[in-house]
Design a protein around this ligand. Structure first.
Ligand SMILES: [Zn+2]
Ligand SMILES: [Zn+2]
Length: 153
């Protein structure tokens, strides 16, 4: 039997795009992102009050990625969402998180689910593009500093 490529991959995916993988703290939720989308994503730091509260941090760190490039793997049973209507933007943010370990996974704006705000902390260290934009910077604490060269909104 010859060792042809068609044995390796299903038809139509002879050269599957490379992916970047991330996961929540307990591993129940695994995330795969097409590498070009990952590397080309805008990295946004968001200082809005509901990002602070939901993440337990002063800013959320998000890759803004077209949702079609993201695959959620693992059992997925622990994935839950919170419909956050009390936001600084006035939009409804649907915040997806792992209900077993509490890791935030991604946020989408209700009605604009084609764009995901994927939490950077899911991915291995030193794999991320530098932040390019900071949102709700008016909320910065006096000791916080903006990243160099970012767009400030
Ligand atoms: Zn988890
Ligand atoms: Zn926010």
């Amino acid at each position: 039997m010859s060792n042809t490529e068609s044995k390796q991959h299903p038809a139509g995916s002879l050269n599957p795009a490379p992916i970047v993988q991330g996961k929540c703290n307990c591993g129940s939720v695994q995330v795969a992102v097409a590498q070009p989308a990952f590397e080309g994503a805008a990295h946004a730091l968001c200082h809005c009050t509901s990002c602070r509260t939901s993440g337990g941090t002063l800013a959320s760190s998000n890759l803004i990625i077209n949702s079609e490039f993201i695959t959620l793997e693992g059992s997925g049973l622990s994935l839950k969402s919170y419909r956050d209507s009390n936001t600084d933007s006035g939009n409804v943010a649907v915040r997806w998180f792992c209900s077993d370990c509490g890791s935030p996974i991604r946020t989408v704006v209700e009605g604009k689910e084609e764009v995901s705000y994927l939490k950077t902390g899911l991915f291995p260290v030193q794999t991320l593009p530098a932040p390019s934009v900071e949102l709700f910077s008016r909320n910065l604490e006096s000791f916080e500093k903006l990243q160099e060269g970012v767009q400030v909104l």
